[in-house]
Design a protein around this ligand. Structure first.
Ligand code: NAD
Length: 268
C-alpha cells in the first residue's frame, strides 16, 4: 500500500535555510509541500527561489490563512525567534505540528510552547542544531567530560549570525558541566590585556565565538589532561548538512508528545 505523504508548510521559505528546506523536502517523494510562507518575496514562485528541485507554489504572507487553506500535517520553520511563540500558537490551534529551527528561542517562550503543545495535544519540536554530526559531537563531548573535566569550546559562524555564543556551544558547555565527575582545575585569575580574551563562561566552560565571512557553522571542543589533549571538531560545510535532521524531525514529530527539544531525543 502506498504510504501517505507528509503535508508540509515551509515558513521563512525565502530565507537561506527556507530555500534549502524547499529543495530538500520538495524533492523527497515522502513529503508534499503544500504552502510556503515568508514576509518577503510574497507572490514569487518558489521554484524561482529554490530552483527546479523546489515545489511549484506561490509564496504567501499570512501564516494562519495559509494553514487554513493548505491543511498541512507539519510546519518546518526557519524564520526568527521573535515570532516563534505566535507561530507555535497558530499551528497548535489548528492541530498542526511544528518543527522549529530558528535559534535563540527564550526559555520563557519554550515554557509557553510546552503548555500549548500539551493543552492542544499537538506535538512540536525545537531543534537548535539539525546536523547529525553536531549532535554526535555533543554526545562525544559528554563522554569525554567524565574523564577530562578541563574543557573549552570554540565556535565559528558566518558574520550574519545574530546571537553569541551559538545555541550549540551553550548546550555543549551545559552538557559538559552536567557530565563532569570532577571539578575543573582552578586557574589563577588572568591578567586580561583585552576584555573577553578568555571567552564567556557557561557551566564553568570557557566559550569563544568567532564570526567571519566565509564560515558557515563549526565548533571545536578541546579537552586537556596531564600530557594530552583531545579535540572534537564538527564542520557544517553546506546548509544541506541540516536537511537529514530536518526531514527526520518532520517524519517523527507527530509520534512524539508535548514539546521535544533537540535532535538527540530522536537519534539516541
Ligand atoms: P535568513 O535571514 O536568510 O532567513 C530568515 C527568513 O525568515 C527570511 O526570509 C525572513 O523574511 C523570514 N521571516 C522573518 N520573520 C518572519 C515572519 N514573521 N514570518 C515569516 N517569515 C519571516 O536566515 P537563515 O540563515 O535562513 O536562518 C534562519 C534561522 O535559522 C536563524 O535563527 C538561524 O540561526 C537558524 N538556523 C538554525 C539551524 C539549525 O540547525 N537549527 C541551522 C541554520 C540556521
Amino acid at each position: 500500500m502506498e504510504q501517505q505523504r507528509i503535508r508540509v508548510a515551509v515558513v521563512g521559505a525565502a530565507g537561506r535555510m527556507g530555500r534549502e528546506v524547499l529543495r530538500a523536502v520538495g524533492s523527497d517523494p515522502s513529503f508534499e509541500v503544500v504552502a510556503a510562507i515568508d514576509r518577503t518575496e510574497i507572490g514569487s514562485n518558489t521554484r524561482d527561489l529554490a530552483g527546479a528541485l523546489g515545489p511549484d507554489l506561490i509564496l504567501e504572507e499570512h501564516l494562519e490563512a495559509a494553514l487554513d487553506r493548505s491543511k498541512p500535517d507539519v510546519t518546518i520553520e526557519f524564520s526568527h525567534q521573535s515570532v516563534a511563540l505566535d507561530h507555535a500558537r497558530a499551528a497548535t490551534d489548528r492541530g498542526v505540528s511544528f518543527v522549529f529551527g530558528m535559534t535563540g528561542i527564550s526559555e520563557s517562550n519554550l515554557d509557553e510552547m510546552r503548555v500549548l503543545c500539551e493543552r492542544s495535544g499537538t506535538p512540536g519540536m525545537y531543534v537548535p542544531n539539525f546536523a547529525i554530526g553536531a549532535v554526535l559531537m555533543m554526545h562525544f563531548a559528554e563522554l569525554a567530560a567524565k574523564w577530562l573535566p578541563d574543557a573549552e569550546v570554540i565556535e565559528f559562524h558566518h558574520d550574519r549570525k545574530e546571537d553569541a555564543p551559538s545555541g550549540t556551544a551553550m548546550l555543549t558547555a551545559q552538557k559538559i558541566g552536567l557530565a563532569r565527575i570532577h571539578a575543573p582545575t582552578p586557574l589563577p585569575k588572568p591578567l586580561l590585556k583585552a576584555e573577553g580574551a578568555r571567552g564567556g563562561s557557561v557551566s564553568a566552560v570557557p566559550v569563544h565565538s568567532v564570526r567571519l565571512p566565509g564560515l558557515l557553522a563549526h565548533q571545536e571542543v578541546i579537552f586537556g589532561g596531564p600530557g594530552e589533549t583531545l579535540t572534537i571538531r564538527h564542520d557544517s560545510l553546506d546548509r544541506a548538512s541540516f536537511m537529514q535532521g530536518v526531514k527526520l524531525c518532520a517524519r517523527s514529530v507527530r509520534n512524539l508528545h508535548g514539546l521535544t527539544i533537540g535532535l538527540d531525543k530522536i537519534l539516541f
